[in-house]
Design a protein around this ligand. Sequence first.
Ligand SMILES: Cc1cc2nc3c(=O)[nH]c(=O)nc-3n(C[C@H](O)[C@H](O)[C@H](O)COP(=O)(O)OP(=O)(O)OC[C@H]3O[C@@H](n4cnc5c(N)ncnc54)[C@H](O)[C@@H]3O)c2cc1C
Length: 413
Amino acid sequence: MRITCVGGGPAGLYFAVLAKLADPAHEVTVLERNPAGVTYGWGVVFWDDLLDDLFRHDPVSARRIWDAAYKWDEYEVRATGKAVSYLAGYGFSLGRHRLLDILGARAAELGVDLRYRSEATDDPDADLVVACDGAGSRVREHDAAHFGAEVVHGRNRYIWLGTPHVFRTFTFGFEKTEAGWIWFHAYPFTDEASTFIVECTPETWAGLGFDELDGRDGCDRLARIFADHLDGEPLIDQRAESGGTGWMSFRRITNRRWDHGNVVLTGDAAHTTHFAIGSGTKLAMQDAMTLADAINADAGGDLGAALERYEHTRKAALAPLQAAAKASSEWFERMNDYGDLPAKQFSYALSNRRGAYPLWRYVLHVSTQRGAGRAMLRRALALRRWSRARRRPGFGAPVEGPQHRHDPAHIGG
Ligand SMILES: Cc1cc2nc3c(=O)[nH]c(=O)nc-3n(C[C@H](O)[C@H](O)[C@H](O)COP(=O)(O)OP(=O)(O)OC[C@H]3O[C@@H](n4cnc5c(N)ncnc54)[C@H](O)[C@@H]3O)c2cc1C
């Protein structure tokens, strides 16, 4: 089959890898408008569930992702006037740039034709066109009436920044200013840098003057607001430095249909999920897995039926996460209602922003804030991370190809 993936983000590159693994005779091309190695954004977070799926589908790239990932081992919550508090949980983060390097190298090894600096035409010539061209998908817009995209803008403003300050672990930081609360979601993704996403209501955003500050001045102002957290390091706005706009409101995109003839939507082109639950990359890669599985199961058969099955499976799988993401983003829109809670209640409200936890979670939260309770919980979770990792197929295989920079000794904190 001749397959063209429009877009070389996580969805496009990972689908290309899986299509080639399923059948090396497939002719797979990825068209990416940017030059190789150029992308937007900083690090992304993910959890064990994605790693389980990655190891099941391609242990080789999964092992490289595991090795390159930064492993953090709890959430820290800081807020003006409150003691620091902690939320149990561990996770992984990886620079978007690094993730695309790993996937691009794996695709090239398998014989995928990667064409950088290639803007797709409206109608690529292929048996299957996989639209993985992101939230602003040109392929989707070309047939907008059929796909029926709906775009809802979130109320809050956010900006996706980076910093050379390496946070110890995933950190939420809330600062009370004269114009209201403003906060960051930050996490290390290498030994040299952290992602730093700033968010606030539109009233606070305008009240602090961000409607009139350009990139560099805006970053300097934010660095002053968050000076207590940055150890004198700057904040960097990649988009402003390349002439784009930094501050945005989140676009929640859904589509009535995901396929049309030989064209199918994946990743952000099909759906977006608010960054407050850090799942867009995971969902894009899981789309790629389900699509590859569906096509593989129907090899030589009815492509239309395979695309339908992919769409139905993914829509059902996405529904609970999209509901969680919506609840989570709405919690941040109501942040001012929670700002005066005492530290432990505040951080618990933050962790329970989907509103789904039983009472024992609160008891566990309060009893593991300090000393032995916190240390024991972190150790138990570190153990769980490792035992789950070791059970994955191919985890113990020797690593070949692009090497990682992060020291695995860090694992478990
Ligand atoms: C602030 C923020 C933080 C986030 N944090 C996380 C996180 O922590 N964890 C997580 O899992 N997700 C996170 N996400 C979401 C994640 O970035 C996206 O969901 C994910 O990148 C979607 O992958 P994709 O491959 O569908 O699209 P994209 O990554 O957007 O890739 C699309 C590609 O298509 C290319 N392209 C577009 N049009 C064309 C064309 N016409 N021709 C050729 N090429 C084209 C683009 O250049 C791009 O490379 C975050 C998003 C935001 C905004």
